[in-house]
Design a protein around this ligand. Structure first.
Ligand SMILES: Cc1cc2nc3c(=O)[nH]c(=O)nc-3n(C[C@H](O)[C@H](O)[C@H](O)COP(=O)(O)O)c2cc1C
Ligand code: SF4
Ligand code: FES
Length: 638
């Protein structure tokens, strides 16, 4: 890659930069452009990008090494990334990885000698309904079967992106969020307009003041569906009107919570519902520019979203004087680059400004000092997709569809050991039992053992706790949380210690590493659980795990550390006998029937979040790999 090769990208790179308020904010798309053209980001390319973006080369390097989708060395022609998170593990991911590893003759993290295939493991791809799933370059492929592995090895181009299979509503008179999902060509403007699309935005801009829109959203009891459940109307009312700075709307489409598939469905199946919500939210909060930050792995969804944005501009629903009002709005689709922590709103803002995804200390809160130090509203895709229905039906009617202080309906992702995994729309008041029944119940001949109700961070529920309603407050009262509504079901064959191992691996991998309790705590938790799983557990390990978890809670910049502590606390408390058995006997009694068995993993990747944050070099990573490999030598006690 010579300087001339890089210079050939200048015009395209400058067009990208022009979309942003600050040059540096174009960091991720410019680096993606380089990587797409040359296969990796070399030191020369880093220098070139630094000069173009007006930052020091060290800033580019720290970004390249932070995000998992950027490579400093080329990968094979086909990059096969097998999901190694819990929902895929429950449905046999470890077997797929082992088969691929054997057939290709390489371990995760390696490339075949002919340069054709690189094999990797990856954390949840948020396609848990088609588990086990893998990503082949930009394409999602699943559920992976022996036949698919054969095709992948012989003619990888023959494998297409998986289609989305929407499962339907549960006990609703009519779908709200998913009503266009089953229509032919649902994603097009033509279908959208036939189904009253953009009527709510037209009504808001022409007939309602921004304050009236906020009032409707407040009376709708709409809660943030990204996971925190913060009341949306209240959030919008925090935006100052007289700051003298522009206001931004940022859409959080960085879906990454293991067990969650909903935002991708909304974007692919009905992108115009999201865009209509964006228009109304921007109008209500005084934003004239919206950024949609979409997860880097969602390549096909990002393409469809961009097409929908272009279509909306063509129809005059975005741009200048929308619906002949005085309101203007610009929308930019911005792709992430592979880091779960960028779903956390302040990390997302850092990332959008072209930096590592390090969460910010608060206050100041984004409403006052957010993107580019300006007032910023951040909302999840699904939250915004609810807004058109609120304006159309009225806030009070929308609230009635829900339960208690959680208004409306939401999209529940069901994965794991249910007969029909997939996406279901239901009222917040639906019970967990009813959702599992709607998904066909637990697979043939098995009994339910445990359920994660709201994504991997949520505390686990036992089989006798599933009569709980799924609204935000009922789940808190039950000692867990609604989170992202990612419901992961485990039957009696599941080893709970192994299930915790997957959660611990995930958090150790994804910690950004800024805070010592989180950086050290997630590493220690993984190490101890891993030791238990290798049959080398010690009597004091369970209390040590609980102690580490307690010391992580409430002591860090963001709540990631708390989220990493919750599974430890709930799995060990609720299934202590099983953990004690593992420690005492040094083995798993679920034996051959165990659903979750170890994934041969790349030890460096497990701790990459931590290494990346510290900016450690490749040499140090190599040393660590060797050290970990020494630690992982066959266990003589077994
Ligand atoms: C570690 C972590 C990961 C998160 N991931 C996501 C995510 O993938 N998508 C999302 O919308 N919100 C995510 N959130 C929540 C956001 O910080 C924020 O609350 C949300 O985007 C606000 O939008 P809402 O009020 O519409 O939910 C995450 C929070 C944390 C702490
Ligand atoms: S809690 Fe963890 S993820 Fe959050 S800022 Fe601290 S180190 Fe990063
Ligand atoms: S896609 Fe594999 S766990 Fe979610």
């Amino acid at each position: 890659m010579t300087e001339q090769h890089l210079e050939n990208l200048r015009v395209e790179a400058e067009q990208i930069i022009a979309r942003y308020e600050q040059k540096r904010a174009a960091m991720l798309p410019v680096l993606r452009l380089i990587q797409e053209r040359f296969g990796c980001i070399s030191p020369e390319a880093e220098e070139w990008a630094a000069q173009l973006l007006g930052v020091a080369p060290a800033h580019v390097r720290e970004v390249v090494t932070f995000y998992s989708l950027f490579h400093q060395r080329p990968v094979g022609t086909y990059h096969v990334q097998v999901c190694a998170n819990i929902a895929c593990a429950l449905r046999g991911a470890q077997g797929c990885l082992a088969a691929l590893s054997e057939r290709l003759g390489i371990r995760p993290g390696e490339t075949t000698t002919d340069g054709r295939f690189t094999l990797s493991t990856v954390e949840c791809l948020c396609a848990c309904d088609v588990a086990p799933v893998l990503q082949l370059n930009d394409r999602y492929v699943g559920p992976v079967t022996p036949e698919i592995i054969e095709t992948l090895l012989r003619s990888p181009e023959a494998l297409a992106e998986i289609p989305l299979r929407y499962q339907g509503t549960v006990d609703l008179e009519e779908p709200v969020l998913s009503r266009r999902f089953s229509l032919p060509n649902a994603e097009t403007m033509e279908t959208t307009l036939r189904d009253d699309g953009y009527q709510a935005a037209r009504k808001a801009l022409r007939e309602l003041s921004p304050e009236q829109v906020i009032k409707e959203v407040t009376s709708a009891n709409l809660r943030g569906l990204g996971g925190a459940g913060f009341p949306t109307g209240k959030k919008w009312s925090f935006i100052p009107r007289d700051s003298g700075k522009p206001t931004f709307l940022v859409v959080n489409a960085d879906e990454g919570e293991p067990g969650t598939i909903k935002d991708r469905y909304l974007i692919v199946k009905d992108p115009h519902r999201l865009l209509e919500g964006v228009i109304i939210a921007a109008y209500a909060t005084g934003a004239r520019k919206a950024y949609i930050y979409i997860r880097g792995e969602y390549a096909a969804a990002a393409k469809m979203l961009q097409q929908a944005v272009d279509e909306a501009y063509r129809y005059g629903f975005l741009g200048r004087r929308i619906f002949s009002s005085a309101f203007d709005l610009e929308v930019v689709v911005h792709r992430g680059a592979g880091a779960y922590i960028c779903g956390e709103e302040s990390a997302l803002l850092e990332s959008l400004e072209g930096k590592k995804g390090f969460p910010r200390l608060r206050p100041p809160y984004p409403a006052i000092c957010g993107l580019f130090a300006s007032p910023t509203v951040i909302n999840n895709v699904e939250t915004l997709a609810c807004v058109p229905a609120i304006i159309q039906r009225g806030g009070a009617a929308f609230a009635k569809l829900g339960f208690g202080k959680s208004g409306g309906t939401r999209l529940f992702s069901l994965s794991g050991h249910v007969r029909q995994p997939g996406l279901y729309e239901a009222s917040h008041g639906v019970t967990l039992r009813r959702l599992i029944e709607a998904a066909g119940g637990v697979r043939e001949g098995r009994r339910l053992k445990a359920v994660i109700p709201g994504g991997i961070s949520a505390k686990i529920l036992r089989a006798d706790e599933i009569d709980v309603r799924m609204d935000f407050d009922s789940l808190v009262a039950a000692g867990t949380m609604a989170g992202s509504a990612g419901v992961i079901v485990m039957d009696e064959t599941t080893c709970m210690a192994r299930a915790l191992w997957y959660a611990a691996k995930f958090f150790a991998h994804e910690s950004c590493g800024q805070c010592s309790p989180c950086r050290e705590g997630t590493g220690w938790i993984f190490k101890i659980v891993d030791r238990i799983m290798r049959g080398e557990g010690r009597a004091q390990d369970l209390d040590a795990l609980l102690g580490v978890a307690t010391n992580m809670e409430g002591r860090t910049i963001c709540v990631f550390a708390d989220a990493a502590a919750w599974p430890v606390q709930s799995y060990i408390t609720k299934f202590r006998d099983e953990f004690e058995h593992h420690v005492r006997e040094g083995r798993c009694d679920l034996g051959s029937d165990v659903s979750v068995v170890p994934v041969p993993q790349d030890p460096v990747k497990t701790f990459r979040g931590i290494f990346k944050s510290l900016g450690l070099t490749e040499r140090l990573l190599k040393d660590r790999r060797e050290e970990l490999e020494r630690e992982q030598r066959p266990n003589t006690r077994r």
